[in-house]
Design a protein around this ligand. Sequence first.
Ligand code: UD1
Length: 336
Amino acid sequence: MKILLTGGAGFIGSHTATVLIEKGYEIVILDDFSNSKPGAVARLEQIVGREIALEHVDLCEKTAVEDVFSRHKIDCVLHFAGLKAVGESVEKPLLYYENNLVGTLNLLHVMADMGVKKFVFSSSATVYDSRNPVPFMEEHSIGPVNPYGWTKSMIEQILLDLSASDPEWAVTLLRYFNPIGAHPSGLIGEDPQGIPNNLVPYVAKVAAGQLATIHIWGDDYDTPDGTGVRDYIHVMDLARGHLLAVEYLKTHKGCKVFNLGTGKGYSVKEVISAYEKACGKSLPAQIDARRAGDLATVYANVDLAEKELGFTAELGIEQMCADSWNWQKKSLVFDE
Ligand code: UD1
């Protein structure tokens, strides 16, 4: 089975690639390198010990996408590619809607034309209406609050409608919670451009001495220690979730939604102290005002993924921080 990974040079795509190759799948990576580097694919090749087919293509260029499908006999697509910075999406909504929606529509058109109808979509817990009680369940209502979240939810709807129109489609919508950590080799990991928005990449840079102080966005939430609680999931567990989704699609048609998280929440302070343990030093942190749009507590109900996909997250917060730190230290020497 040959699998196309759009955005396969990125954080989640590259880790998923290692798991798929290890299981014997053939893969093709398609990426426009707008938020990733060809060097990541070279290091991925080092991990798996073989060459990987790589297509430098922007999904918004439909003829280039057609060309990829005409040259590779693709059986299934894992669609990671997309712009994902929440703040930027608020400032540049047209860019987000255009890139994420047009790219996905081109991809789906070409797939339909070529008769390729297995699809795994990288969705996000951000699609849930925040008024739902935690833990969030797949049947809970949708209510994104920013353009990034809307693109995810609109693409989910497109895929639901497409599957309803043609029973040959087999689709899974994977709603990720907070993916962190890195490959145990330390050769690939999350590599955000500029100052990170997300907690763990920020903490990693403070640990590495590249940023001065962690900013804790609020300690007056209604949580045990007052700081925000999230469901962090190790990216290698998440990668395995994609493998299970691919296997599920072999026997299940239609469109199915799954949460991918651990079902457990950790506070900002707990994450910082796990990271301090991983890097062996105490990290400077200060309390600042709440970040607009943040919720007190978000975690997943993971029963459905366990029951239908056989997925359970195995790696805990200590391993997530240890692998993040291992990658952070090593990545300082990658010059690309
Ligand atoms: C964020 C996005 C979400 C996206 C997800 C991807 C927002 C509002 N949400 O989720 O749409 O799908 O990333 O992983 O941006 N925090 C700090 N200091 C920091 C950074 C974060 O205290 O420097 C806190 C936050 O207030 C939150 C927790 O750490 O309580 C996690 O934040 P973050 O890593 O940005 O993830 P989310 O906000 O859950």
